[in-house]
Design a protein around this ligand. Structure first.
Ligand code: SF4
Length: 267
């Protein structure tokens, strides 16, 4: 068994958070704002339920790779089919790329994802001597992120999803919806990318609220604060928003159906 190669998160990824340089009162103001926003979203969207049994971290990692650049329904279909055809990770690691590719085609980018998933399985086996990431449980959040982002195709968002949804850690993943909503609400001024927002939001999210706030921000981003046409006219956070285009935004455009389904709550 080879010892996993850990990168240094502190050296590689916290630089942007360090550059934020919030003073105490700015930090306190933003924390109050996040708490208020979290409460408004809970009042409007509820507290999302969590499954009593958490998925295993390697299952979650593979599911998150499948969810990249596609919608949750397609990736869930691909994941279900993958588990049906390859009941053990060992059988998947030994399968041909073409057979993996054909099974996950419904999830999109099958060429790239089949290679990534098989490479990840082989690396995990090399690290730990088995197809399991349960050894991560004894590590800190930052150590786990370091470990996972050293895998090809795994970024900070994917690592944070494993931490939150599988390992039960109080970590707030930032996808494109969360990134957009945080920017428009003025929580992460100057942030140019989801990873930057992830590190800026870390000290702001109220303890124990990561899952609720993450899920509600995604729901809010899909239903109300949509990318191209935000529904500012019915937005419960209008007063907290710093988005320049909010006054011009179209009111009451139709709502897309069934956008609450989340793959990561259904692994
Ligand atoms: S006012 Fe509009 S842009 Fe601002 S948070 Fe609400 S929906 Fe998004």
């Amino acid at each position: 068994m080879s010892a996993p190669q850990a990168l240094s998160l502190t050296k590689t990824n916290t630089g942007s958070a360090g550059r934020t340089k919030l003073n105490r009162s700015q930090l306190a103001r933003l924390r109050r704002k996040v708490r208020r926003i979290s409460a408004v979203l809970e009042r409007n969207l509820g507290v999302p339920r969590r499954k009593s049994e958490k998925p295993r971290p390697l299952d979650m990692l593979v599911a998150t790779i499948l969810s990249q650049n596609t919608n949750d329904k397609n990736s869930h279909r691909a994941y279900t089919e993958l588990r049906r055809r390859f009941p053990s990770w060992e059988s998947l690691a030994e399968a041909s790329l073409s057979s993996i590719r054909s099974v996950i085609r419904s999830g999109g980018m099958a060429n790239q994802k089949s290679v990534r998933i098989r490479d990840i399985l082989l690396t995990v086996k090399h690290w730990f001597g088995r197809y399991s990431l349960s050894s991560l449980e004894r590590l800190t959040d930052d150590e786990i992120i370091d470990q996972l982002i050293s895998l090809h195709g795994v970024g900070v968002k994917t690592a944070a999803c494993v931490l939150l949804f599988s390992l039960g850690r109080d970590v707030f993943p930032v996808d494109t919806h969360v990134f957009r909503v945080c920017s428009r609400l003025g929580l992460t001024p100057g942030s140019k990318a989801p990873d930057d927002t992830f590190f800026r939001m870390r000290p702001l999210v109220p303890r124990g609220k990561s899952h609720t706030l993450h899920t509600n921000m995604i729901r809010f981003g899909r239903r109300i604060c949509r990318s191209a046409v935000p529904r500012c006219g019915i937005c419960p956070l209008y007063g907290d928003c710093v988005y320049e285009g909010k006054k011009r935004a179209i009111r009451n455009s139709p709502s897309p159906a069934d956008h609450d389904f989340m793959l990561l709550d259904n692994v």
